[in-house]
Design a binder for this molecule. Structure first.
Ligand code: ZN
Length: 456
Protein backbone atom coordinates (compact mmCIF):
# COMPACT_ATOMS: atom_id res chain seq x y z
CA UNK A 1 0.00 0.00 0.00
CA UNK A 2 2.82 2.38 1.03
CA UNK A 3 4.57 1.62 -2.22
CA UNK A 4 1.48 2.46 -4.25
CA UNK A 5 1.08 5.80 -2.45
CA UNK A 6 4.75 6.64 -3.06
CA UNK A 7 4.34 5.71 -6.69
CA UNK A 8 1.32 8.03 -7.00
CA UNK A 9 3.22 10.89 -5.30
CA UNK A 10 6.19 10.35 -7.63
CA UNK A 11 3.88 10.30 -10.64
CA UNK A 12 2.21 13.55 -9.55
CA UNK A 13 5.59 15.25 -9.03
CA UNK A 14 6.78 14.09 -12.46
CA UNK A 15 3.53 15.30 -13.98
CA UNK A 16 3.88 18.71 -12.31
CA UNK A 17 7.46 19.12 -13.44
CA UNK A 18 6.64 18.15 -17.01
CA UNK A 19 3.48 20.31 -17.26
CA UNK A 20 4.13 23.02 -19.80
CA UNK A 21 1.46 25.34 -21.02
CA UNK A 22 1.22 25.10 -24.81
CA UNK A 23 -2.48 25.43 -25.54
CA UNK A 24 -4.80 28.09 -24.11
CA UNK A 25 -8.54 28.25 -24.70
CA UNK A 26 -10.09 31.49 -23.45
CA UNK A 27 -13.90 31.32 -23.58
CA UNK A 28 -15.91 34.49 -22.94
CA UNK A 29 -19.69 34.38 -22.60
CA UNK A 30 -20.79 37.89 -23.43
CA UNK A 31 -23.32 38.98 -20.81
CA UNK A 32 -23.09 35.64 -18.98
CA UNK A 33 -23.59 36.14 -15.26
CA UNK A 34 -23.80 33.25 -12.77
CA UNK A 35 -27.60 33.20 -13.07
CA UNK A 36 -27.48 32.78 -16.84
CA UNK A 37 -25.50 29.57 -16.27
CA UNK A 38 -27.71 28.40 -13.39
CA UNK A 39 -30.90 29.15 -15.34
CA UNK A 40 -29.59 27.04 -18.24
CA UNK A 41 -28.86 24.17 -15.86
CA UNK A 42 -32.11 24.39 -13.87
CA UNK A 43 -34.21 24.70 -17.03
CA UNK A 44 -32.81 21.40 -18.32
CA UNK A 45 -33.49 19.73 -14.96
CA UNK A 46 -37.09 20.96 -15.01
CA UNK A 47 -37.38 19.57 -18.52
CA UNK A 48 -36.36 16.22 -17.04
CA UNK A 49 -39.23 16.61 -14.57
CA UNK A 50 -37.08 17.31 -11.53
CA UNK A 51 -35.78 20.17 -9.40
CA UNK A 52 -32.03 20.68 -9.61
CA UNK A 53 -29.34 21.11 -12.22
CA UNK A 54 -28.18 19.42 -15.36
CA UNK A 55 -24.61 20.71 -14.98
CA UNK A 56 -22.97 22.49 -17.85
CA UNK A 57 -19.49 21.29 -18.74
CA UNK A 58 -18.03 24.63 -17.62
CA UNK A 59 -19.47 24.33 -14.11
CA UNK A 60 -17.84 20.92 -13.72
CA UNK A 61 -14.33 22.28 -14.19
CA UNK A 62 -11.94 21.78 -11.28
CA UNK A 63 -11.50 25.47 -10.48
CA UNK A 64 -14.11 28.20 -10.14
CA UNK A 65 -14.25 31.78 -9.03
CA UNK A 66 -15.76 35.14 -9.81
CA UNK A 67 -14.58 38.34 -11.45
CA UNK A 68 -15.58 41.93 -10.80
CA UNK A 69 -16.06 43.79 -14.06
CA UNK A 70 -16.20 47.57 -13.41
CA UNK A 71 -14.44 49.75 -15.98
CA UNK A 72 -12.13 52.74 -15.53
CA UNK A 73 -15.01 55.11 -16.21
CA UNK A 74 -17.99 53.44 -14.52
CA UNK A 75 -19.11 50.74 -12.09
CA UNK A 76 -20.93 49.18 -15.03
CA UNK A 77 -18.73 48.26 -17.94
CA UNK A 78 -19.50 48.02 -21.63
CA UNK A 79 -18.12 45.19 -23.75
CA UNK A 80 -15.13 47.09 -25.10
CA UNK A 81 -13.78 48.18 -21.70
CA UNK A 82 -14.40 44.68 -20.30
CA UNK A 83 -12.91 43.03 -23.40
CA UNK A 84 -9.85 45.27 -23.10
CA UNK A 85 -9.41 44.30 -19.43
CA UNK A 86 -9.81 40.59 -20.23
CA UNK A 87 -7.48 40.78 -23.26
CA UNK A 88 -4.75 43.11 -21.97
CA UNK A 89 -5.02 43.22 -18.17
CA UNK A 90 -5.64 46.97 -18.17
CA UNK A 91 -8.93 48.69 -17.43
CA UNK A 92 -10.13 51.45 -19.69
CA UNK A 93 -13.11 53.73 -20.26
CA UNK A 94 -16.43 52.47 -21.57
CA UNK A 95 -16.49 52.61 -25.35
CA UNK A 96 -12.69 52.37 -25.71
CA UNK A 97 -10.99 49.39 -27.30
CA UNK A 98 -7.38 48.36 -26.72
CA UNK A 99 -6.27 51.77 -25.42
CA UNK A 100 -5.75 52.70 -21.78
CA UNK A 101 -7.89 55.35 -20.08
CA UNK A 102 -5.09 57.83 -20.83
CA UNK A 103 -4.86 56.78 -24.48
CA UNK A 104 -1.83 54.48 -24.43
CA UNK A 105 -1.89 51.63 -26.94
CA UNK A 106 -2.26 48.29 -25.17
CA UNK A 107 -1.05 44.90 -26.30
CA UNK A 108 -3.25 41.82 -25.84
CA UNK A 109 -2.27 38.40 -24.57
CA UNK A 110 -2.94 37.14 -28.12
CA UNK A 111 -0.46 39.64 -29.59
CA UNK A 112 2.11 38.74 -26.96
CA UNK A 113 1.77 35.00 -27.60
CA UNK A 114 1.92 35.56 -31.37
CA UNK A 115 5.28 37.29 -30.84
CA UNK A 116 6.40 34.15 -28.99
CA UNK A 117 5.56 31.92 -31.95
CA UNK A 118 2.10 30.76 -30.93
CA UNK A 119 -0.74 30.21 -33.42
CA UNK A 120 -3.69 32.50 -32.77
CA UNK A 121 -7.42 31.95 -33.35
CA UNK A 122 -10.15 34.47 -32.55
CA UNK A 123 -13.76 33.32 -32.90
CA UNK A 124 -17.21 34.47 -31.91
CA UNK A 125 -20.90 34.04 -32.66
CA UNK A 126 -21.14 37.74 -33.56
CA UNK A 127 -19.15 39.85 -36.03
CA UNK A 128 -15.38 39.32 -35.95
CA UNK A 129 -14.82 43.07 -35.50
CA UNK A 130 -17.19 43.34 -32.53
CA UNK A 131 -15.91 44.56 -29.13
CA UNK A 132 -14.88 41.27 -27.52
CA UNK A 133 -12.93 39.77 -30.44
CA UNK A 134 -11.74 43.29 -31.32
CA UNK A 135 -10.18 43.71 -27.88
CA UNK A 136 -7.67 40.97 -28.75
CA UNK A 137 -6.28 42.81 -31.77
CA UNK A 138 -7.81 46.30 -32.10
CA UNK A 139 -6.94 49.73 -30.72
CA UNK A 140 -9.44 52.52 -31.15
CA UNK A 141 -10.89 55.31 -29.07
CA UNK A 142 -14.35 54.10 -30.17
CA UNK A 143 -15.46 50.49 -30.46
CA UNK A 144 -18.06 51.68 -32.96
CA UNK A 145 -15.35 52.50 -35.52
CA UNK A 146 -16.00 49.12 -37.11
CA UNK A 147 -14.27 49.82 -40.39
CA UNK A 148 -11.05 50.97 -38.69
CA UNK A 149 -11.11 47.98 -36.33
CA UNK A 150 -11.85 45.59 -39.22
CA UNK A 151 -8.90 47.04 -41.10
CA UNK A 152 -6.69 46.38 -38.09
CA UNK A 153 -7.92 42.78 -38.14
CA UNK A 154 -6.59 42.36 -41.67
CA UNK A 155 -3.16 43.54 -40.45
CA UNK A 156 -2.87 41.25 -37.40
CA UNK A 157 -1.35 38.24 -39.15
CA UNK A 158 -3.40 36.15 -36.70
CA UNK A 159 -4.03 32.73 -38.18
CA UNK A 160 -7.76 32.15 -37.80
CA UNK A 161 -10.87 34.26 -37.42
CA UNK A 162 -14.36 32.78 -37.21
CA UNK A 163 -17.87 34.14 -36.72
CA UNK A 164 -19.98 36.55 -38.72
CA UNK A 165 -18.20 38.80 -41.21
CA UNK A 166 -17.30 42.46 -40.99
CA UNK A 167 -19.84 45.04 -39.77
CA UNK A 168 -18.82 47.64 -42.33
CA UNK A 169 -16.81 45.85 -45.04
CA UNK A 170 -17.16 48.64 -47.58
CA UNK A 171 -15.68 51.48 -45.59
CA UNK A 172 -15.39 54.32 -48.01
CA UNK A 173 -18.37 53.85 -50.27
CA UNK A 174 -17.73 52.75 -53.85
CA UNK A 175 -14.02 52.43 -53.23
CA UNK A 176 -13.41 48.77 -54.09
CA UNK A 177 -9.74 48.87 -53.11
CA UNK A 178 -10.68 49.53 -49.52
CA UNK A 179 -13.12 46.65 -49.14
CA UNK A 180 -12.11 44.73 -46.03
CA UNK A 181 -12.54 41.32 -47.69
CA UNK A 182 -10.15 42.42 -50.44
CA UNK A 183 -7.68 43.72 -47.86
CA UNK A 184 -7.92 40.43 -45.95
CA UNK A 185 -7.23 38.43 -49.10
CA UNK A 186 -4.27 40.65 -49.92
CA UNK A 187 -2.98 39.94 -46.41
CA UNK A 188 -3.03 36.21 -47.11
CA UNK A 189 -6.40 35.19 -45.70
CA UNK A 190 -8.65 32.69 -47.42
CA UNK A 191 -12.29 33.61 -46.80
CA UNK A 192 -14.67 30.68 -46.45
CA UNK A 193 -18.40 30.92 -45.96
CA UNK A 194 -19.40 27.52 -44.60
CA UNK A 195 -18.19 24.69 -42.39
CA UNK A 196 -17.83 22.33 -45.37
CA UNK A 197 -15.83 24.87 -47.38
CA UNK A 198 -13.57 25.49 -44.38
CA UNK A 199 -12.65 21.79 -44.18
CA UNK A 200 -11.08 22.06 -47.65
CA UNK A 201 -8.80 24.88 -46.49
CA UNK A 202 -7.32 23.52 -43.26
CA UNK A 203 -3.83 23.77 -44.74
CA UNK A 204 -4.19 27.33 -46.02
CA UNK A 205 -1.94 30.00 -44.55
CA UNK A 206 -4.66 32.08 -42.85
CA UNK A 207 -8.39 31.62 -42.65
CA UNK A 208 -11.45 33.79 -42.06
CA UNK A 209 -14.52 31.58 -41.57
CA UNK A 210 -17.80 33.48 -41.90
CA UNK A 211 -21.39 32.69 -42.93
CA UNK A 212 -22.99 32.09 -46.36
CA UNK A 213 -24.98 35.33 -46.18
CA UNK A 214 -21.98 37.49 -45.25
CA UNK A 215 -20.76 39.49 -48.19
CA UNK A 216 -19.11 42.73 -49.13
CA UNK A 217 -22.57 44.24 -49.56
CA UNK A 218 -24.18 42.98 -46.36
CA UNK A 219 -23.42 44.26 -42.89
CA UNK A 220 -22.86 41.16 -40.86
CA UNK A 221 -23.90 40.97 -37.27
CA UNK A 222 -24.11 37.40 -35.99
CA UNK A 223 -24.38 33.70 -36.85
CA UNK A 224 -28.00 33.46 -35.61
CA UNK A 225 -29.39 32.33 -32.27
CA UNK A 226 -29.09 28.65 -31.38
CA UNK A 227 -32.86 28.51 -30.71
CA UNK A 228 -33.53 29.64 -34.30
CA UNK A 229 -31.50 26.82 -35.92
CA UNK A 230 -30.36 28.66 -39.05
CA UNK A 231 -29.31 25.54 -40.95
CA UNK A 232 -27.05 27.28 -43.48
CA UNK A 233 -24.88 28.91 -40.82
CA UNK A 234 -22.03 27.34 -38.88
CA UNK A 235 -22.46 26.88 -35.16
CA UNK A 236 -19.90 28.12 -32.65
CA UNK A 237 -19.05 24.46 -32.05
CA UNK A 238 -18.29 23.95 -35.76
CA UNK A 239 -16.10 27.04 -35.79
CA UNK A 240 -14.07 25.69 -32.84
CA UNK A 241 -14.01 22.25 -34.50
CA UNK A 242 -12.42 23.86 -37.56
CA UNK A 243 -9.92 26.08 -35.78
CA UNK A 244 -8.29 23.33 -33.69
CA UNK A 245 -6.97 21.22 -36.61
CA UNK A 246 -6.25 24.41 -38.58
CA UNK A 247 -3.90 25.66 -35.84
CA UNK A 248 -2.51 22.20 -35.01
CA UNK A 249 -1.48 21.78 -38.66
CA UNK A 250 0.90 24.71 -38.28
CA UNK A 251 1.93 25.13 -34.66
CA UNK A 252 2.99 23.20 -31.59
CA UNK A 253 1.30 25.82 -29.39
CA UNK A 254 -1.76 28.01 -29.81
CA UNK A 255 -4.11 30.48 -28.15
CA UNK A 256 -7.81 30.58 -28.94
CA UNK A 257 -10.40 33.12 -27.80
CA UNK A 258 -13.95 31.87 -28.24
CA UNK A 259 -16.81 34.26 -27.57
CA UNK A 260 -20.41 33.23 -26.97
CA UNK A 261 -21.44 36.65 -28.18
CA UNK A 262 -25.20 36.33 -28.31
CA UNK A 263 -25.98 35.52 -24.67
CA UNK A 264 -25.67 39.28 -24.30
CA UNK A 265 -28.05 40.05 -27.17
CA UNK A 266 -30.74 37.78 -25.72
CA UNK A 267 -30.34 39.31 -22.26
CA UNK A 268 -30.56 42.84 -23.64
CA UNK A 269 -33.99 41.70 -24.91
CA UNK A 270 -34.76 40.03 -21.55
CA UNK A 271 -35.39 36.86 -23.56
CA UNK A 272 -34.65 34.09 -21.06
CA UNK A 273 -35.12 30.98 -23.17
CA UNK A 274 -32.98 32.34 -25.99
CA UNK A 275 -30.23 33.24 -23.49
CA UNK A 276 -30.42 29.73 -21.98
CA UNK A 277 -29.92 28.13 -25.40
CA UNK A 278 -26.97 30.46 -26.09
CA UNK A 279 -25.30 29.33 -22.84
CA UNK A 280 -25.75 25.71 -23.94
CA UNK A 281 -24.43 26.53 -27.43
CA UNK A 282 -21.24 27.93 -25.92
CA UNK A 283 -21.01 24.91 -23.63
CA UNK A 284 -21.21 22.64 -26.69
CA UNK A 285 -18.36 24.57 -28.31
CA UNK A 286 -16.47 24.20 -25.03
CA UNK A 287 -16.83 20.41 -25.33
CA UNK A 288 -14.50 20.57 -28.36
CA UNK A 289 -11.84 22.30 -26.27
CA UNK A 290 -12.38 19.83 -23.45
CA UNK A 291 -11.93 16.86 -25.80
CA UNK A 292 -8.62 18.44 -26.85
CA UNK A 293 -7.67 18.95 -23.20
CA UNK A 294 -8.28 15.25 -22.49
CA UNK A 295 -5.70 14.43 -25.16
CA UNK A 296 -3.21 17.07 -23.91
CA UNK A 297 -3.93 17.38 -20.17
CA UNK A 298 -0.40 18.46 -19.19
CA UNK A 299 -0.18 21.19 -21.81
CA UNK A 300 -3.64 22.76 -21.94
CA UNK A 301 -5.45 25.46 -19.99
CA UNK A 302 -9.15 26.13 -20.55
CA UNK A 303 -10.64 29.23 -19.01
CA UNK A 304 -14.32 30.21 -19.21
CA UNK A 305 -15.59 33.58 -18.02
CA UNK A 306 -17.69 36.57 -19.08
CA UNK A 307 -17.14 40.24 -19.81
CA UNK A 308 -20.13 41.40 -17.71
CA UNK A 309 -23.65 40.38 -16.79
CA UNK A 310 -26.53 41.64 -18.91
CA UNK A 311 -30.14 42.17 -17.89
CA UNK A 312 -29.82 41.61 -14.14
CA UNK A 313 -31.35 38.18 -14.57
CA UNK A 314 -32.97 36.91 -11.36
CA UNK A 315 -34.24 33.41 -10.66
CA UNK A 316 -37.46 34.36 -8.92
CA UNK A 317 -39.79 37.32 -9.33
CA UNK A 318 -42.63 37.02 -6.84
CA UNK A 319 -43.03 34.05 -4.52
CA UNK A 320 -41.29 30.80 -3.61
CA UNK A 321 -41.71 29.25 -7.02
CA UNK A 322 -39.71 28.85 -10.18
CA UNK A 323 -41.39 27.66 -13.36
CA UNK A 324 -38.64 27.57 -15.96
CA UNK A 325 -40.20 24.68 -17.87
CA UNK A 326 -42.87 27.01 -19.31
CA UNK A 327 -40.09 28.44 -21.51
CA UNK A 328 -40.14 25.19 -23.52
CA UNK A 329 -43.15 26.56 -25.43
CA UNK A 330 -41.05 29.33 -26.97
CA UNK A 331 -40.19 28.28 -30.53
CA UNK A 332 -37.90 31.13 -31.62
CA UNK A 333 -35.98 34.12 -30.34
CA UNK A 334 -37.71 37.43 -29.70
CA UNK A 335 -35.95 38.89 -32.74
CA UNK A 336 -37.25 36.16 -35.07
CA UNK A 337 -40.70 36.54 -33.47
CA UNK A 338 -40.53 40.23 -34.38
CA UNK A 339 -39.78 39.21 -37.98
CA UNK A 340 -42.80 36.88 -37.96
CA UNK A 341 -45.08 39.74 -36.93
CA UNK A 342 -43.46 41.96 -39.57
CA UNK A 343 -44.07 39.25 -42.17
CA UNK A 344 -47.73 39.02 -41.20
CA UNK A 345 -48.13 42.77 -41.69
CA UNK A 346 -46.25 42.68 -45.02
CA UNK A 347 -48.35 39.80 -46.34
CA UNK A 348 -51.70 41.36 -45.39
CA UNK A 349 -53.46 43.91 -47.54
CA UNK A 350 -55.72 44.87 -44.63
CA UNK A 351 -54.52 45.46 -41.08
CA UNK A 352 -54.20 41.97 -39.54
CA UNK A 353 -57.01 41.10 -37.14
CA UNK A 354 -56.59 40.36 -33.43
CA UNK A 355 -57.19 36.67 -34.28
CA UNK A 356 -54.38 36.66 -36.86
CA UNK A 357 -51.94 38.34 -34.50
CA UNK A 358 -52.97 36.03 -31.64
CA UNK A 359 -52.18 33.06 -33.87
CA UNK A 360 -48.53 34.20 -34.04
CA UNK A 361 -48.34 34.26 -30.22
CA UNK A 362 -50.10 30.90 -30.17
CA UNK A 363 -47.72 29.28 -32.68
CA UNK A 364 -44.49 30.69 -31.26
CA UNK A 365 -45.09 31.01 -27.51
CA UNK A 366 -47.87 28.49 -26.92
CA UNK A 367 -50.30 31.12 -25.60
CA UNK A 368 -53.91 29.99 -24.99
CA UNK A 369 -52.81 26.39 -25.59
CA UNK A 370 -50.01 24.98 -23.43
CA UNK A 371 -49.55 28.39 -21.78
CA UNK A 372 -52.69 29.80 -20.19
CA UNK A 373 -53.18 33.54 -20.41
CA UNK A 374 -55.06 35.42 -17.67
CA UNK A 375 -57.18 38.55 -18.12
CA UNK A 376 -54.36 40.96 -17.21
CA UNK A 377 -51.99 39.30 -19.65
CA UNK A 378 -54.61 39.34 -22.40
CA UNK A 379 -55.19 43.05 -21.93
CA UNK A 380 -51.43 43.60 -22.08
CA UNK A 381 -51.35 41.68 -25.37
CA UNK A 382 -54.32 43.69 -26.72
CA UNK A 383 -52.51 46.89 -25.83
CA UNK A 384 -49.46 45.68 -27.77
CA UNK A 385 -51.73 44.73 -30.69
CA UNK A 386 -53.22 48.23 -30.71
CA UNK A 387 -49.76 49.74 -31.30
CA UNK A 388 -49.44 47.65 -34.53
CA UNK A 389 -45.73 47.57 -33.69
CA UNK A 390 -44.13 44.18 -34.45
CA UNK A 391 -41.29 44.73 -32.00
CA UNK A 392 -43.70 45.65 -29.21
CA UNK A 393 -45.88 42.60 -29.89
CA UNK A 394 -42.90 40.24 -29.77
CA UNK A 395 -41.42 41.86 -26.66
CA UNK A 396 -44.74 41.78 -24.80
CA UNK A 397 -45.21 38.08 -25.53
CA UNK A 398 -41.71 37.20 -24.39
CA UNK A 399 -42.10 39.39 -21.29
CA UNK A 400 -45.27 37.52 -20.28
CA UNK A 401 -43.61 34.14 -20.80
CA UNK A 402 -40.56 35.18 -18.74
CA UNK A 403 -42.85 36.43 -15.96
CA UNK A 404 -44.66 33.09 -15.93
CA UNK A 405 -41.28 31.31 -15.77
CA UNK A 406 -40.58 33.51 -12.70
CA UNK A 407 -37.49 34.97 -14.30
CA UNK A 408 -36.86 38.52 -13.18
CA UNK A 409 -35.00 41.19 -15.11
CA UNK A 410 -33.79 44.44 -13.60
CA UNK A 411 -32.42 46.04 -16.74
CA UNK A 412 -32.23 46.00 -20.52
CA UNK A 413 -28.56 46.96 -20.21
CA UNK A 414 -25.47 45.61 -18.47
CA UNK A 415 -25.06 45.32 -14.70
CA UNK A 416 -22.08 45.35 -12.34
CA UNK A 417 -22.79 41.79 -11.15
CA UNK A 418 -19.76 39.58 -10.69
CA UNK A 419 -19.30 37.05 -13.47
CA UNK A 420 -18.32 33.40 -13.08
CA UNK A 421 -14.92 32.00 -13.92
CA UNK A 422 -14.28 28.30 -14.53
CA UNK A 423 -10.92 26.75 -15.36
CA UNK A 424 -9.24 23.42 -15.86
CA UNK A 425 -5.75 22.34 -16.84
CA UNK A 426 -2.24 23.69 -16.45
CA UNK A 427 -2.22 26.62 -14.03
CA UNK A 428 -5.99 26.58 -13.51
CA UNK A 429 -5.63 26.76 -9.73
CA UNK A 430 -4.07 30.23 -10.04
CA UNK A 431 -7.37 31.49 -11.42
CA UNK A 432 -9.61 30.22 -8.63
CA UNK A 433 -11.30 32.53 -6.15
CA UNK A 434 -12.38 36.13 -6.42
CA UNK A 435 -10.43 38.31 -8.85
CA UNK A 436 -10.89 41.42 -10.90
CA UNK A 437 -11.18 41.06 -14.68
CA UNK A 438 -7.87 42.92 -15.11
CA UNK A 439 -6.07 40.17 -13.17
CA UNK A 440 -6.76 37.33 -15.62
CA UNK A 441 -4.03 38.17 -18.14
CA UNK A 442 -1.35 38.74 -15.45
CA UNK A 443 -2.29 35.35 -13.97
CA UNK A 444 -2.00 33.63 -17.36
CA UNK A 445 1.36 35.32 -17.91
CA UNK A 446 2.51 34.27 -14.46
CA UNK A 447 1.74 30.71 -15.40
CA UNK A 448 3.55 31.02 -18.73
CA UNK A 449 6.62 32.48 -17.05
CA UNK A 450 6.82 29.90 -14.28
CA UNK A 451 5.47 26.68 -15.74
CA UNK A 452 6.89 24.65 -12.87
CA UNK A 453 4.57 26.46 -10.48
CA UNK A 454 1.60 25.53 -12.58
CA UNK A 455 0.33 22.24 -11.40
CA UNK A 456 -2.42 20.33 -13.04
ZN1 ZN B 1 -20.39 42.33 -23.57
Amino acid sequence: MKRIILFIIAAVITLSASAKLKYIFYFIGDGMGPNQVLAAEMYRAEMEGRIGRVPTLMSQFTVSGELSTFSASNGITDSSAAGTALATGTKTNNGTLGLSATGDTLSSIAEYLQSQGWGIGIMTSVAIDHATPGAFYGNDIKRSHYYAIGKQLTQTEFDFFGGAGFHHPQGKKDDKAHNLYDLAEQAGYTIVRSYDEAQRHLNDRRLIMIQPGDSAKVHSDNIGYAIDHIASNSTLKQIVQTSIPFLMNKYDRFFMMVEGGMIDYACHSNDGRTAIEEVWAMDEALQEAYNFYLQHPNETLILVTADHETGGMALGNSDYTLNLQVLQHQQCSQSVLTERFQQLYQDSTLTPSWEQVSQVWKDNLGFWNAVSINADEESQLREAYNTQDAEKMAATGVEILNRQAKLGWTSHAHTAHAVPLFAIGVGAELLGGWHDNSEVVPLIRQCLAKPKKCRR
